[in-house]
Design a protein around this ligand. Structure first.
Ligand SMILES: [Zn+2]
Ligand SMILES: [Zn+2]
Length: 133
């Protein structure tokens, strides 16, 4: 395999949404947990990594108007509570959506986007955000 495809595969791996699953009760967590909060000791050594679909639905959302200076270019933005199809609930930014298109119950999927840039080093950071499905 060539060097470029190796790098591509590694970055693809890095940008997948990874959670983990309790081998005792099958509950899925994101971010990952060392121990299942329901099974405690019974889950030790049974927590297995699991790739999440990144798909889910909006549970609630809020329009954020006050943002730190580094986010000036993207204000205001929509922050939503999202329940993934696998069960975990997380907070994520909704991007590329028309102003009134975001509603409770709407389907979303995760995308990897630039989340910040260190002006001095030029290092660009990526993270997950969500778009309407
Ligand atoms: Zn469990
Ligand atoms: Zn259990």
């Amino acid at each position: 395999m060539g060097e470029l495809s190796r790098i591509w595969r590694e970055s693809e791996h890095r940008y997948r949404l990874m959670g983990n699953k309790c081998g005792h009760c099958d509950m899925v967590f994101f971010p990952i947990r060392d121990v299942c909060p329901h099974c405690h000791r019974e889950s030790i050594g049974k927590m297995k990594p699991v790739e999440l679909s990144g798909k889910g639905e909006i549970v609630s959302f809020t329009i954020v108007h006050d943002t730190p200076p580094s986010f000036v270019r993207q204000r205001p933005y929509t922050l939503a509570l999202i329940r993934l199809d696998e069960g975990p609930v997380l907070t994520g930014q909704i991007v590329d959506a028309e102003k009134d298109a975001v509603e409770i119950g709407k389907r979303v999927k995760s995308v990897f986007r630039k989340i910040g840039e260190d002006g001095k080093s030029g290092i660009i950071q990526y993270g997950y955000k969500f778009v309407l499905e």
